[in-house]
Design a protein around this ligand. Structure first.
Ligand SMILES: Cc1cc2nc3c(=O)[nH]c(=O)nc-3n(C[C@H](O)[C@H](O)[C@H](O)COP(=O)(O)O)c2cc1C
Length: 208
């Protein structure tokens, strides 16, 4: 099957990309509005960009009227956010926070998500997650510039909170203990705790 992206609708392009470029990790992003209302929402257009400086990327799409989602608007206004990883245990709460609550409602309250204070940034982090990354805004770029469909947000990680229980006896993070969820196509999700996971050593002679 050949798919010509010229002339493809936005919906179709989203479908082919989001259902095949998988699994995608989920950033559960907490932020504060300029008025101080806490916000929490999941984003699977999310990745590590580099380690020097330690940088994460999230890409909130725009709302159907072209306006910024609350997360992007909050980050642009305050310059701070926290990326929380989502354990399987909290997947329903994470899903609930994707509901389009208005800007005056905190998803922490609406979805009954427990929070903890952060150290270096104002937005609180999610309690009970394996890892949270406190971020300061490095750049926010509308893309494409003339008619943006998303805002590419780069955040420098200034601190992390790691649950020591995810570390195995060898000192490495154990995917089964991490047990975070990832986004697959449509309403499907994956888990790092999976029977199909396997280890693959780097090629012979490769020096780290
Ligand atoms: C697992 C999951 C992943 C999502 N990923 C994205 C994403 O990458 N980009 C996006 O714009 N919306 C994504 N959404 C939808 C947003 O979470 C949703 O629009 C949310 O209401 C945005 O909240 P905000 O307006 O408070 O920022 C995702 C939803 C779920 C359940």
């Amino acid at each position: 099957m050949y798919v010509d992206f010229d002339g493809l609708s936005a919906r179709q392009a989203y479908h082919w990309l989001a259902s095949t470029v998988t699994p995608r990790p989920v950033a559960w992003v907490s932020s504060l509005s300029a008025e101080g209302v806490p916000n929490l929402a999941p984003f699977s257009f999310f990745q590590v960009v580099t380690h020097t400086p330690p940088t994460l990327l999230i890409c909130p799409l725009v709302n159907s009227d072209g306006s910024m989602k609350d997360t992007a608007a909050n980050i642009a206004a305050t310059g701070e956010f926290v990326v929380n990883l989502v354990p399987f245990e909290l997947v329903n709460a994470m899903n609930q926070t994707s509901f389009g609550y208005d800007r005056t409602t905190s998803e922490f309250d609406a979805a009954q998500v427990a929070s903890l204070p952060s150290e270096k940034v104002k937005p609180r982090r999610v309690a009970g997650v394996p890892a949270s990354f406190e971020c300061r805004l490095a750049s926010i770029t509308p893309y494409p510039a003339d008619t943006p469909s998303c805002y590419m947000v780069l955040g420098e990680v200034v601190a992390a909170h790691i649950d020591e229980r995810i570390v195995g006896a060898n000192g490495q993070v154990d995917p089964a203990r991490l047990d975070t969820v990832s986004r697959l196509g449509a309403d499907w999700y994956g888990r790092t705790k999976a029977d199909s996971n396997f280890e693959l050593k780097r090629p012979e002679g490769w020096a780290r």
